[in-house]
Design a protein around this ligand. Structure first.
Ligand SMILES: Cc1cc2nc3c(=O)[nH]c(=O)nc-3n(C[C@H](O)[C@H](O)[C@H](O)COP(=O)(O)OP(=O)(O)OC[C@H]3O[C@@H](n4cnc5c(N)ncnc54)[C@H](O)[C@@H]3O)c2cc1C
Length: 402
């Protein structure tokens, strides 16, 4: 099992790393590395640095500001960005709705939205899931009734990440109740400041606002904000995944977490014989799993670059990648031991008691914030984007023929 980069790929990797060394602000990388969270303004500033270089939207067609990189180059770029602790750009704008607008949008829609997304002037969130429609997304019930050149939208979305920072939401809505579920869905772009849109926060166990509920009450949406034909939304939604489907292995993120695990263990125990043998053995096993995942992923990406089509195989990468993140988290948590508890309480306390009541200095390594918070946040990786059970079902049916 071996995968070696070509000379051209290695040169590209060096070019990306040189750019990150020169342009990624050290304080920003430090905050990302420690899991401290960064502001929308900081993320906007970094987005603009990448946009000025022409590297903000590797997923878009070149005509709309894309890079023209193949999948292996995109993998190399992702890994370098993660290893340098660059913040991730908004996936909703760059990986999801941007490519969909490029593919299905009218010329007017493309001219209106794409440049604003590229320059971080317009932020989207994703309104797919509903209280009764998650894995079974096609059963969604938020409805949009046509009234002249407007839709009147009523319903509710849930688990909407980053809705609190979003200017617009891309939404799946039901426009025909009479036909088969998938055939009665349309794809709307909705301004979050429209009258009748309400956002309510949902907090994770670590006290962080990871999601929201978004309510629509008689929200008027111009028909010109529909992407694709009426009742064609399911096709648009599926295409949103596009090539992204092959980049689901979380190799880049796993590498970043592994580097933090290694730093943490060195900080807590030093190196060599001081590291407990069981810890060293578990770390080595996780490292081997990560290497196997990266080689499998690169093999698939390079075949796809050569024109191969894939069916259910990416489900395997999604499954293994999300499980590995959680296993790395678990080992990190144990490596830091009791020190994580001090950090663990901090964000929770700031919501329940007020930030000022938790002013004692932190103990332990500066990385314990990342450990505590990541452990909760990454639990969602086996659910988001299609739960593990759903991935098993897909592989059972399409790969094993069961
Ligand atoms: C971190 C995170 C961020 C998210 N961000 C967004 C967002 O921005 N926008 C958005 O729209 N949604 C978002 N979601 C929601 C996500 O898409 C849904 O949680 C997901 O689709 C699962 O739906 P559900 O929560 O309703 O669970 P359900 O579909 O009700 O599943 C519950 C359990 O049943 C299992 N299950 C379901 N169907 C089957 C089956 N056929 N066979 C076997 N087991 C099954 C599932 O695996 C799961 O364990 C986010 C979720 C997470 C965790």
């Amino acid at each position: 099992m071996k995968y070696a980069y070509s000379a051209a790929q290695l040169a590209f990797k060096q070019e990306v790393e040189a750019f990150l060394s020169e342009h990624l602000p050290a304080d920003l990388a430090h905050s990302v590395r420690c899991g401290a969270g960064i502001s929308k303004d900081q993320l906007a500033a970094w987005t603009r640095v990448l946009n000025a270089k022409g590297w903000a939207a590797p997923h878009w067609p070149v005509a709309h500001g894309g890079t023209g990189w193949n999948l292996v180059h995109r993998h190399i770029f992702d890994v370098a960005c993660r290893e340098y602790h660059a913040p991730q750009l908004s996936a909703f704008g760059f990986s999801m709705v941007g490519p969909a607008i490029a593919k299905y949008g009218t010329v007017e829609q493309q001219a209106k939205y794409l440049p604003q997304i590229l320059n971080a002037d317009l932020w989207f969130c994703q309104g797919y899931s509903e209280p009764q429609a998650g894995s079974d997304l096609a059963s969604l019930r938020t409805k949009a009734e046509r009234l002249g050149d407007q839709y009147i939208v009523n319903g509710q979305k849930i688990w909407t990440s980053a809705a609190e920072d979003a200017d617009w939401i891309f939404c799946l809505v039901r426009t025909d109740m009479q036909v088969q579920q998938q055939k009665g869905i349309s794809f709307l772009l909705i301004d979050m400041s429209s009258p009748g849109v309400t956002v309510k926060p949902l907090y994770a166990f670590n006290g962080k606002r990871l999601w929201n509920q978004v309510f629509f009450e008689d929200v008027h949406v111009p028909v010109s904000q529909r992407l694709g034909e009426e009742n064609f939304g399911w096709t648009v939604a599926k295409s949103l995944l596009g090539d992204e489907r092959l980049l689901v292995s979380r190799v880049a993120e796993n590498k970043r977490i592994l580097s933090i695990l290694i730093d943490t263990i060195e900080h807590e125990y030093g190196v060599g014989e001081n590291v407990p043998a069981s810890l060293a053995a578990e770390m080595t096993e996780l490292e081997i799993r990560l290497q196997a995942l990266e080689v499998s992923s690169l093999r698939m990406l390079s075949k796809a670059d050569a024109g191969a089509q894939f069916g259910a195989e990416p489900s395997m990468l999604k499954l293994k990648g999300s499980q590995l993140v959680q296993d790395l988290d678990e080992l990190l948590f144990r490596a830091v031991g009791h020190l994580v508890l001090a950090r663990d309480r901090a964000p929770y306390a700031s919501h329940t008691l007020g930030a000022e009541s938790f002013s004692e200095p932190f103990v332990g390594s500066e990385l314990t914030e990342f450990v505590a918070s990541g452990r909760y946040h990454h639990r969602g990786y086996t659910i988001a984007g299609g739960s593990s059970e759903v991935q098993y079902n897909i592989m059972a049916k399409q790969v094993l023929g069961l």
